[in-house]
Structure formats: structure tokens, C-alpha cells
Design a binder for this molecule. Structure first.
Ligand SMILES: *[C@@H]1O[C@H](CO)[C@@H](O)[C@H](O)[C@H]1NC(C)=O
Ligand SMILES: *[C@@H]1O[C@H](CO)[C@@H](O)[C@H](O)[C@H]1NC(C)=O
Ligand SMILES: *[C@@H]1O[C@H](CO)[C@@H](O)[C@H](O)[C@H]1NC(C)=O
Length: 398
């Protein structure tokens, strides 16, 4: 090994002899080391590899060193590593190019790196390394939340990343987010909400569903998390018509609309039947469900070819953890009218009229007649009602 001073002495000796022999100073001896290009700045995603390139001409016997300038730590001299960091290495192309490699870049590798030559005064140049980190969502807490109608729900989404991510809340299917203030009297409707927490006060059943927290900071990939919001309430049960008249032998459909959350047990039963009498076991009857959304559905009861025993009171009921609600339909018999109009079109009130299976009502005008019927069914005995209905429909058909 040569010490730097002995190397230098030897170099001067060589120069002396070359001057002595040729009578000229070698051109190289006058040239100081110089950098050929600036050190780069890098923005790198955590986990990737990166390198700085330092190109020095006329280095002669000087040495290139790499220094982390914020910590003043010497990382490497020539191709010898000084820092005890296995992710750092230096390569030299045996000409004029030195490279400092940083593999699997970490957040604490950010900072200013210096390529230095040990002239006096020393020469150096600097480059910056910024390490960026894609967003992550760090909450370990529950991903769903529930409240009773009128209560509050608070969702939190803590995001990390470099630079710090922006957190945005959205609802599934682009449904609007509704903020209610002042006990629900004031509403603010938005498509998205910015911030790590989403606070829903005075929640309503329409607020139910999936919410997404989306964290982004310009470094892919953007990340999102799904939260499920559930709003609980006592079931709500509504039959389309409380009074339904239908003639013997016809089919009738009783319609019932239910809203419930959490999920409810829904059923139709005969008010005057024994508890053990299951409607579903009667082959003349069919209950069909139409799901409208997460918390509402129709359950329609179809009774085929009405027999005298089928008339009576039917109950549509729904029960969940918060309570039970029911609604009744009184199904009564309509006599076929004598005057010929009704003979081909048995009269059935309300929706049942529109749906009576064995009574195709091509001449019926349900939209126009509906209001009359409904009013009448509340106040008249069925026989009189049937008669009036015939008159009304006779008028309507002109
Ligand atoms: C690197 O960044 C510094 C400071 O932001 C700037 O002065 C310098 O010119 C940049 N270097 C290059 C090669 O772009
Ligand atoms: C930098 O971070 C890495 C990974 O988090 C760690 O292993 C290393 O010890 C840290 N180095 C310093 C100097 O803090
Ligand atoms: C039940 O009745 C409602 C209201 O008329 C209707 O929208 C729904 O399609 C019906 N469901 C079935 C299965 O017939």
C-alpha cells in the first residue's frame, strides 16, 4: 500500500524526470479535477433502486468520496464502502465515472448526497434524493358501523404515505352523501367529502350502504377501503289497499311493502286462523318477494280461484330485533253485477282489480278510477260499492 504522500512524492518525481527529459511540463499536471456533469436529483418510490452518477475528469491521484451531507456521514471512498449499510454500494468504470447505488430505497435515505474530491480546497457537487411512499390506510378498527335512525355514525380512515395523502369519502354507485345538522332539519348533500373522518349525524335509512375512503398522494397505487353503514329501525309495513273486493273464483293479489333493518322476518297470515295454519302450506296461495333495495321489499300474496272460505282478514307482518309491525287487508266478496257490464269484467277493487287473473280488464282505466274506488271502499258496504262502481266505470268509459 502507498500512503497518499508517498504516492504524491512519486508522482512529483516522475513529473520532474519528464520535465528533465522533455524540457516541458506535462499538460495533465496543470489540470485540476473537474466534474463533467451535475449530480442528478431523484424522486424514487420506496423499495426501488436508484443511483447517483459522478463524472470526474483529471482526477489523477485524488480520490472520489460519497458523503450524505445532512448527516455528514462518509458513505464511501473510491470503491471502498465506509457506511455499514448493505443497501449501499459504489461502482467505478475504470475511467471517470463513479456511481453510488442505493438499493431497496427507504424513507430515511432521503436527503442530499455529495460527490467530493479531496483537492484543497475540496471540490464537491450535490444531488437530492426524495423517497416517496404510496398511500396506505392504517386503521385496524372495525370497517362497518351502525346506528339507529336519528343516531350518529363516525367513520375514520387514517392514511400514511409520502407526501401525506389526501383522503376522500365517496358512496357506492356515486350516491350522494347527506350531512344533517340541527337535529336533521338542515341537509347538505355532496358527492364526496375530504378528510380523515366522516361524521354522519341524524342518520336516516337512505344513508345506508357502502362508503369508500380513498387515499391518494400522486404515487400509485391509490388505495381505498370499504365501510358498511347500517341504519336500524322498527319495520314499516304498508299494504297497497286495506280493503280489497273480489268475486268468487277470481285470483287476487294482496300487496305489501316492507322497510326494515336489520333484516326482518316477513310473513302473511290470516287474522282469524289458528297460529298453526301456515299460509305457505296452502297450494292455492303463493307469496312472492320483490327486493327493492337493502332495506325494502314487496311481499305479495296471490290467492287463486277464491272460495268462500278465502274471504277474511289477511295480515302482513314484519318483525326484527327492534320491533314488530303489521298491516291488514280485508278481502271481501264482490257480487257480479246483473247489467252485463260486470259479467265479463268482475269488479275487484284497488290493485286487485288491475291484477285479477281471470278478469282481463282491457277496458279498465285504473289510474283514473283509483281515487274514486279508494274513497268509496272506506265508506260503503261492499254491495252498494259494487253497484256504484259499475255506474262510475260506465261513466268513465265515455
Ligand atoms: C437539484 O435540485 C436542486 C435544488 O432543488 C437544484 O438547485 C439543482 O439544480 C437540481 N439539480 C439538477 C441536476 O436538476
Ligand atoms: C433506515 O430505515 C431502515 C428501514 O426502516 C432501517 O433498517 C435502518 O436502520 C434505518 N437507518 C437509519 C440510519 O436510521
Ligand atoms: C308486488 O307488488 C308490487 C307493487 O305493485 C310490484 O311492484 C311487484 O313487482 C310485485 N311483486 C311480484 C313478485 O309480483
Amino acid at each position: 500500500m502507498f500512503s497518499p504522500s508517498s504516492t504524491k512524492a512519486a508522482w512529483w518525481l516522475a513529473t520532474f524526470f519528464s520535465v528533465f527529459v522533455t524540457g516541458e511540463m506535462p499538460i495533465q499536471a496543470e489540470l485540476e479535477p473537474e466534474f463533467l456533469q451535475a449530480l442528478e436529483n431523484h424522486t424514487v418510490t420506496q423499495g426501488r433502486d436508484v443511483h447517483f452518477t459522478c463524472v470526474v475528469n483529471h482526477l489523477s491521484n485524488y480520490r472520489v468520496a460519497w458523503i450524505k451531507s445532512d448527516s455528514k456521514a462518509i458513505l464511501a471512498i473510491h470503491t471502498n464502502m465506509v457506511a455499514l449499510n448493505p443497501r449501499l454500494s459504489v461502482t467505478y468504470n475504470n475511467h471517470n465515472t463513479w456511481k453510488l447505488h442505493v438499493s431497496n430505497v427507504q424513507a430515511n435515505d432521503s436527503g442530499t448526497y455529495m460527490c467530493q474530491v479531496n483537492t484543497d480546497p475540496m471540490k464537491s457537487q450535490m444531488g437530492h434524493l426524495s423517497v416517496v411512499i404510496p398511500p396506505d390506510i392504517v386503521d385496524s378498527v372495525t370497517e362497518g358501523s351502525s346506528a339507529q335512525e336519528g343516531g350518529s355514525i363516525r367513520l375514520t380512515c387514517t392514511a400514511t404515505g409520502v407526501p401525506p395523502p389526501t383522503v376522500l369519502w365517496r358512496r357506492e354507485h356515486n350516491r350522494p352523501i347527506v350531512f344533517r345538522h340541527d337535529g336533521g332539519r338542515e341537509r347538505k348533500v355532496v358527492d364526496s367529502h375530504k378528510g380523515e373522518t366522516l361524521e354522519l349525524a341524524h342518520v336516516q335509512r337512505t344513508d345506508m350502504g357502502a362508503y369508500y375512503c380513498i387515499a391518494s398522494n400522486g404515487i400509485p397505487p391509490t388505495i381505498s377501503r370499504r365501510y358498511h353503514v347500517e341504519v336500524h329501525f322498527i319495520p314499516q309495513v304498508k299494504v297497497t289497499n286495506q280493503l280489497v273486493g273480489a268475486p268468487l273464483g277470481s285470483d287476487v293479489e294482496l300487496q305489501c311493502f316492507i322497510e326494515a333493518s336489520p333484516k326482518a322476518m316477513n310473513s302473511w297470515y290470516r287474522e282469524d286462523a289458528l297460529l298453526s295454519d301456515k299460509l305457505t302450506e296452502n297450494p292455492k296461495l303463493r307469496v312472492s318477494e320483490t327486493i327493492m333495495n337493502e332495506y325494502s321489499l314487496w311481499i305479495n300474496l296471490t290467492i287463486k280461484s277464491l272460495a268462500p272460505a278465502d274471504y277474511g282478514t289477511y295480515v302482513c307482518a314484519s318483525v326484527n330485533a327492534l320491533g314488530k309491525m303489521e298491516s291488514q287487508v280485508s278481502l271481501h266478496r264482490l257480487e257480479l253485477s246483473m247489467n252485463g257490464f260486470g259479467a265479463e269484467e268482475p269488479m275487484v277493487s284497488g290493485a286487485a282489480w288491475q291484477r285479477a287473473r281471470n278478469a282481463p280488464s282491457h277496458r279498465a282505466r285504473p289510474a283514473a278510477s283509483h281515487a274514486h274506488q279508494y274513497f268509496l271502499t272506506q265508506h260503503l258496504p261492499p254491495q252498494l260499492y259494487a253497484l256504484l262502481l259499475t255506474v262510475l266505470r260506465y261513466i268513465h268509459s265515455f
